[in-house]
Design a protein around this ligand. Structure first.
Ligand SMILES: *Cc1c(COP(=O)(O)O)cnc(C)c1O
Length: 397
């Protein structure tokens, strides 16, 4: 479990991301989908580091990348990415001209957004690459995208913009509400609605070459929803978007969060631990002070609480529970009578094996989803990228 000896001690707490796992996941997703993969790297690559993940995804065959905001997409361009790139979330008045100038595909949800886009195209100027637009229709998530009642004017405005040379409509897309529950009736209803939108678009004269609907869960469980491309986020990072639903795709979690024990402390029966003394030691035990807390994204719900039993960590290959409240900078872990030294490694979560809890197990302990666990983690923790294909020792660390 311990790192190879170096002249410097390992960091107090850190995030380690294995880019070989990202490449593996991209390859298996690409194979499973059988259509181009849009690797979603929004929110700093779900906490994994946007630019390194993006490079790994491209290297493994992701034809497209996507971010939520234009700023994120511009960040990828600044990091040197030059491939097909889509973004889909901006607010009224946000200037899309820089994204257009950088050859980033944009999305529109409404006639107003298309009017603004026409203005941005003018400002981007004649030297900008042709503006490429993906029209988003709401098929039942009731979130982004044009509501069905507005499809006609929305699609007609998009077609008019295409005819007057403002842009080319390359995509028509939507997003599923219940893809992690494959039997949920909303999935069929949304796909039916998507088909209605495609038919209407065709009637209006639009010929989007990239129809995309599936997120990670739908990519894995709903072959009929894959259309011309799939938008996978969570699965790229090796986490299961639909825990408990069989899908047969071998994903490898890329992120490990580890720390070093800052202090060991023996407590006796009746000793209260951490703020509020929500846990009182029933018997003598050894506690480890782990120097990462909610400022590092360790959820306060990781302690025993309304959502369930405490999250666990791995120390010396064994599962050990968090005791008492999670603090801003630190958390206490119960080691029982284990023979452990200060400075030893604690793995909060990582790929399964060697006793490590997974991000999914943390999510269950905290009453949330693995998306939130990995995306929130960070704060003062440095993040380091490794490659278990070229450095197997690092992969184990
Ligand atoms: C985040 C996001 C995705 C990726 O979803 P996953 O469940 O992580 O695969 C796809 N499409 C849209 C619109 C998103 O916001």
């Amino acid at each position: 479990m311990s790192r190879p000896p170096t002249d410097r001690p390992a960091p107090r707490a850190e995030i380690v991301v294995d880019l070989a796992a990202v490449r593996h996941n991209v390859r298996v997703l690409r194979e499973t989908a059988g259509v181009p993969l849009i690797a979603v790297v929004k929110a700093d690559g779900y906490g994994h580091g946007m630019a390194p993940v993006a490079r790994a995804a491209r290297a493994a065959g992701a034809e497209w990348l996507a971010t939520a905001t234009p700023d994120e997409a511009l960040g990828l361009r600044a990091a040197g990415d030059t491939g097909p790139l889509l973004c889909w979330l901006s607010a009224p008045g946000e200037d899309l001209a820089p994204a257009l100038a950088a050859g980033i595909d944009v999305s529109a949800y409404s006639v107003d957004a298309l009017d603004e886009l026409a203005d941005a195209v003018r400002r981007a100027g004649p030297d900008a690459p042709p503006a490429l637009v993906h029209l988003k229709v709401d098929t039942g998530l009731s979130r982004g995208g044009a509501a069905e009642a507005d499809w006609q004017p929305f699609l007609a405005r998009a077609r008019a913009g295409e005819q007057d040379g403002a842009w080319r409509v390359v995509g028509l897309w939507s997003h599923l509400a219940c893809a992690d529950e494959p039997d949920h009736p909303a999935n069929d209803a949304q796909q039916d609605a998507f088909e209605r939108a495609l038919a209407l678009a065709a009637d209006i004269g639009l010929r989007p070459e990239l129809r995309h609907l599936a997120n990670s869960a739908a990519t894995l469980t709903r072959p009929g929803a894959r259309y011309d491309a799939v938008r996978c986020g969570l699965a790229v990072y090796g986490l299961d978007p639909a825990p408990g639903v069989p899908h047969g795709t071998d994903l490898r979690p890329a992120m490990t969060v580890r720390a070093r024990i800052a202090l060991l402390k023996r407590v006796g029966p009746g000793d209260g631990v951490s703020y509020g003394h929500t846990w009182v030691a029933p018997a003598p035990t050894t506690l480890a002070l782990v120097p990462a807390g909610y400022a590092e994204g360790v959820p306060r719900h990781a302690a025993t609480g309304p959502t369930g039993p405490a999250a666990e960590v791995a120390v010396g290959g064994r599962r050990r529970p968090i005791r008492g409240r999670v603090c801003m900078d630190q958390v206490m872990v119960d080691l029982g009578d284990d023979d452990v030294s200060a400075g030893d490694e604690v793995v909060l979560f990582g790929p399964p094996g060697e006793g490590r809890p997974t991000a999914q197990e943390w999510a269950e302990a905290c009453g949330t989803i693995s998306y939130e666990i990995v995306t929130r983690v960070g704060g003062r923790m440095p993040r380091r990228h490794t490659d278990s294909d070229t450095d197997p020792q690092e992969a184990r660390a």
